[in-house]
Design a protein around this ligand. Sequence first.
Ligand code: NAG
Ligand code: NAG
Ligand code: NAG
Length: 916
Amino acid sequence: MARLVWALALVGALGRAAPFDNSSSSVRVSWVGDAPSQNFGTTFGLPWPQGKYQPEEVDFRISNEEIPLQSWVTGYWRDGSIKWSAHAIPRTDNVADEYTIEVTPVSKHRHQTTRMSVKDRDSEVTVNTGKITVSFPKKGRHIVGSIKTAGGKTVGINGRLVLYSQNSIPDTASSRTSTTIDRHNFESNIEEVTVSKDNSVRTLVTVRGKHTAIEGSDHDDWLPFVLRFYLYTDSDAIRLVHSITFDGENDKDFISGLGIQFQVPLKGEKLYNRHVRLAGTDGGFLNEAVKGITGLRRDPGAEVRTAQFEGKALPDESTWDTRVTTRLQWIPAWNDYSLSQLSPDGFTLKKRTQPGQSWVNIPGGTRSGGLAYLGGATQGGLAVAQRDFWKRYPTGLDIANAGSDEGQITLWLYSPDAAPLDLRPYHDGMGQDTYEKQLDALEITYEDYEAGFDTPYGIARTNEIFLYAFDSTPSSDTLAELNALAQEPPVLVAQPEYIKETKALGSYWALPDDSSPARTKIESNLDFLVRHYQKEVEARRWYGFLDYGDIMHTYDVDRHQWRYDIGGYAWDNSELSPDLFVWQYFLRTGRADVYRFAETLTRHTGEVDSYHIGDWKGLGTRHGVTHWADSAKQARISQPQYRKYFFYLSGGDERTGELLEDTLDADMTYGILDPQRKVRTDGWKPSPGAPVTFGLGTDWAALAAGWLIEWERRGPRWEEARKKLAGTAAGIAKLKNGFVTGSGSYLIENGTLLPPPTDPDNQGVVAISHLNAVFGMPEVISELLEYWGDDGAAPEGFEEAWLDYAYYYGATAEEQQTRYGQSFTGVSLVQAHSRLAAYYAASQKNATVAARAWSDYLGSDGFRDTQEFVAVRVDGSAVIHPVDEAAWLSTNDFAQYGLASIQNLAYISNSLENSV
Ligand SMILES: *[C@@H]1O[C@H](CO)[C@@H](O)[C@H](O)[C@H]1NC(C)=O
Ligand SMILES: *[C@@H]1O[C@H](CO)[C@@H](O)[C@H](O)[C@H]1NC(C)=O
Ligand SMILES: *[C@@H]1O[C@H](CO)[C@@H](O)[C@H](O)[C@H]1NC(C)=O
């Protein structure tokens, strides 16, 4: 009986035979976490099962609410049916808890009424959402020309990017006098402005350019930027995704300020009707007027005082106490305000009447919400907010010239009050001038150093900024609410059950299941792990301009501290795929905290840990003390699979799409850079144009993921990608020992794969690595096989080659010997690989192998079944502040235990109870 149930479960697990409910034509989407208090427009993605809808045959609409929907396709199945659609909804007065997206036959007279108007002229793009009109000049320095409200108020003009840099940093305070510093000021210089085509609900304006020197600075244009402005029908909010790529020299181009600045027209507004709002902590605000009329020796009247505090226009001066009105000229006007968040634990605040006069301190606080407003009670104003403001310290908010005809708001993504951003190596190489020395040093600090490789040239960073326009100064409660939305922009997503049924993100995960003590225990362990890392971000202050979003690799039990300063043990840089674990955990739980954690990880690892320009474009950097310093530049770290979940779920986040495109050139790097160069014994050397050798695990799986995504998206290079996928997979299938061969010879120009140089005649090589299958290979191959399907599209022998690898990695030495003529050496990460055996067991319906998988999972390495998932409080003088320590936990195990648990439960859960 147990066996029968089991076999049925297996069919469901790999499930090409499982029928999908093809009758339903609607899908529910709901908010991640609680429904937001407001919706100012959002975009989301929806998966669809293979064969269900052809793009040209269907339309989408929202069936439970009378709101328009803009829809487009972001991914296709192999047969051309829709795999992923993206949808945008406008700002709405009410927010429903969920929406029902209905698929309807395409209507001949598709007629979208829209209040959005977009004009694309030679000189500028103008977008009118119905609530605001925004102009985007196509040339010059102004990334935004003007922001006008429907009420006719111009609340922001001449938006521009600002950048400061300097060519050196004094080593000590006392050497300041002897250090000559050249300082440079830059502003945005636009090179290209494009606007989306279908704009019925959402318009995307993309502005590209570089920072160009001003004020007589002698410096080339540099630090390229991409700004993506998202505007929704009926919305007075603008979402801006701001990305920069570092293309300077790390010992000459120290960023000492990076921001975005807007002028706010205030001409004609009385100084006492001009308002400054700066976000404090927990929804708090500094509420001030440029000319305050509260707290004075003479009282203008309670009504006047209250109106000013609330940001309302003051009653006519004739109604005030004349002892005040006759003396208004003696009340100072506060022109400038400045908030600096130089640490994640505190911000300072100050103001002054004008340059040349001293600043007056304003009591500060811990963590600023990151929103600044400047405007007038009658003329309206502008608010600028940064997502994760304090988490991305050093940041800042400045208001300037608030008493003049044009005030100014600057949001500092990198505060000019902070020490400059120092991207130099943290050590001088310590004499490691040969591979022998470098490998010997790796033996002690685990750092893989090589001179010249510790460069940040080509890394990137993305920030999210929100702009809000107002006809009059809003209440601070309103600003607090808008800022809460900027910190956690509302996200719509389909139910986990539905996403799973579509198989659009694979068949390797299932929903949580508490139906037995053994399952409950695994669920509780997974929950512990994901919560623990979220708490560690705060406990260990994993924050900062570049660092926020990463986690650490290994713990130092003696110091009660992560090994933040020890070579290859510090920043994790996606080592062993924590990104995959956290995203798959979100898919199965739908939990809001997990979504936010995963999104933050993706935004960091995809940008900072990878190269986006230059010779290593498409490669990432191995884990280390600085994100870009290690000399292992590899495709496994920039693995596109890590970005795939967010890309599709977000409705095709355009920045992430661009990062996915960057990785399509990763195969070109093998012609100039051999990832195995320090440990290669076969004498092979790369030369451009000649066949290259690469690993069939970490390298091929990353390239394959990028090719598959490009094929799914039907991107501009999809046919090349499909050809390379098929060519390399066929090549692997033809190797005598398939994946067990370990590496192959790849012809970049036509995407074919031949036996490795050590075995030109394909006699059979046995060279497995414990790392091959822990950087996304199981996910990529199972998705790829499902994509090819059962009708002969997959290269012959490819699935068998993968099943062999999945079976034999954890098989006995005798079995390996019988199959390959020798047993494997270097097998480790056995628990991690139990999911390969589970895949094999599910695919081949083999209960013996399923039992082996559970036995490897429960009692080999990683976390054994006896491991207690607990943290212990450490406090007192042993630690910088009290922490809950899980000294038994490393991030490799976090990631791979997580993935093994999720995938074993998906493939072979019904034999778990018999195995514990
Ligand atoms: C779903 O139904 C359509 C026709 O309505 C059909 O063409 C398609 O093959 C079906 N898909 C599946 C997976 O059964
Ligand atoms: C790929 O290129 C190599 C070398 O130019 C050539 O020998 C081989 O036949 C080509 N294969 C295909 C499938 O085009
Ligand atoms: C399952 O795999 C084992 C090898 O581990 C093999 O001996 C057995 O015949 C297989 N069983 C089935 C039902 O295929």
